[in-house]
Design a binder for this molecule. Sequence first.
Ligand SMILES: Cc1ncc(C[n+]2csc(CCOP(=O)(O)OP(=O)(O)O)c2C)c(N)n1
Length: 680
Amino acid sequence: MTAVEPLGNSGDRAAADNAGRAIAVTRGLVMDAIERAGSGHPGAALALAPLAYVLYRQILKADPEDPGWPDRDRLVFSAGHAGLLQYVLLHLCGYRLSMDDLKAFRRLGSPTPGHPERGLAPGIEMSTGPLGQGLASAVGMAIAERQLAGRYNVGGYTVVDHRTFAVVSDGDLMEGVSQEAISIAGHLRLHKLILCYDSNGITIDGTTERTFAGEDQAARFRASGWAVERVEAFNDPAALHEVLARVRRTAEHPTLVIVKSVIGYPARSVQGRPAAHGGLLGAAEVARTKAAMGLDPEEFFAVPDDVYRHLDLRPSGSAARRNWADTFARWSEEFPDLRAEWDRVHSDGPPPKLDVPVFETGIELPPHKASKVIMDALADALPTMSGGAADLLDSTKTAVADAVYAAGSPARNLAFGVREHAMAAVVNGLALHGGITKPFGSTFLVFSDYMRPAVRLSALMGLPVLWLWTHDSVLIGPDGPTHQPVEHLPSLRAMPGLHVMRPCDANETAAAWQVAAARTDGPVALLLARQMLPNLAETAGRAPDIARGGYVLWDPPRPAELVIVATGSEIHPALAAARTLTDEGVPARLVSLPCWDLFEQQSPEYRESVLLEGIRPRLGVEAAAPLGWERWLGPRSATVAMRSFGASAPADQLAEHFGFTAADVVRAARDLMTAAPGDN
Ligand SMILES: Cc1ncc(C[n+]2csc(CCOP(=O)(O)OP(=O)(O)O)c2C)c(N)n1
């Protein structure tokens, strides 16, 4: 057989030659990097080299010299296992990613890890690899583009006008989150969103005949409001270019471009088979494939100068950026206030100190309603803050301003529908895009499970997003155990980098919002009770203490012999219990611990001063699974916590049934004192 079918059948000869060489060199680098690393995924990376070539060289608006240029096109490799292909193109196109970086593929500390990770290599828009996430976050990026275009394209100027591309695989489209996301994108008619679907009919365990082939993807997307294009000649850059350039210019709907590819092509021993997906081709097959492409099999990591020159995007990229910068400068002159706002919302730094409302002592207010008051108060100071709920807006109280985003009329309120998973990934996309300060998503805490993969990525990527989870314990009452979170609190606390804050009243909620608004290097989750809770005198004016994650909420008049540590709604029975115990001769301190992560970051001296290091016993009180409390309580301790699922009954009955009344806390404290006499 002839080795490799000629490239560029439908283009002109010289262009086809240049493209062919660049693509062969790209494939050579992919194989070399995988062989050197000793592992990797050659299949999609080899087959999609022409697609990546066309995207980078001919379609994307991007400048390697300024990879963060706000009006650049976004490109996400949702099939993150093919991320090596992206590294290779970034290198060849002039981004600051060296040949040594490619040689260090998958090595500890390199900017080229096994799957793309945000913040390591320039031009990588997000961490991808969990299938479906990149696709769904790309929807968020496209929403952000529309939002910012709606806000800043004024006076005849166009300062926001770019496309979002994602390369997706069979696996991406099998994941449930993809359906939620394409449904949102179709509904909102995100016409600047373009998915390139690597339709190779292969996954790890076999062909898609066993799993997916009976499903008509074109019909599926069309049914969700998308336009669909097809490219049969996946190896022909001219054919790919024709479709992508047209779609980029004229699309009126989000578009799926189905690229019928052959996995592993042109490595003959594996192409078209599951074996191509991951693993090594081996030196002999690499040599054979290189030779077939006209490359020297004896050369490794070799890039001829003319290929570098052909792919160098710096001249055209910086020209495009300068063009934009001219328009932007004129716009800035005409609209200085908008420009100042633009700088604020695009800044990586924290917003200027935000004034949050002060709540009266003694008023009864559920924290989720306090949160709404705070959100309304911050809506102007954070003019692009946007997000929404997964069809629980009225319950979570998270409407920001009035208007709801609809196709053709972007607004700050996003009606996510009952699509928690895509909501979370979209919120990540809003943050990744930039300019949306601060993006948020909300639902009941128990349904955070439906968001978890994307929440994990928000923490992994250090995204400044806000998760608002209300109805935060079994004490929500009669909806019953299906709606009552138990293990969620400790399991979310286990996620590195996610600040989980569980305020006890309106004052703590306001302080938690300040922490959330100011955080720029990671997500904050606010866990908000929906029970009526009195706003305590003891929490008034304590914002700086609350921001430390833990503080002494109440101290007895005599030296404490017992420390009670509680969070959220359980602060209230715990406070009553501390007072009773003190009156009855056991002076008890009450520590509020709204955010374990932040408390952990305090100095050991501070933590000891709060927890009274050396004073035992300690009692933890929290209406959640008790996992992790030993960290704060030490050996002579007990917890008043949940050890089962909840139940369906009025909240006050549940408090009694599960032992969260003040009397229960007093009893638990006394039991503990008796069990640990003299251990002070
Ligand atoms: C959520 C999730 N589940 C499982 C995996 C492991 N995994 C990586 S690629 C893949 C499927 C490969 O098929 P496809 O996505 O079509 O990619 P191709 O083989 O065509 O490159 C799987 C199951 C993953 N990355 N993410």
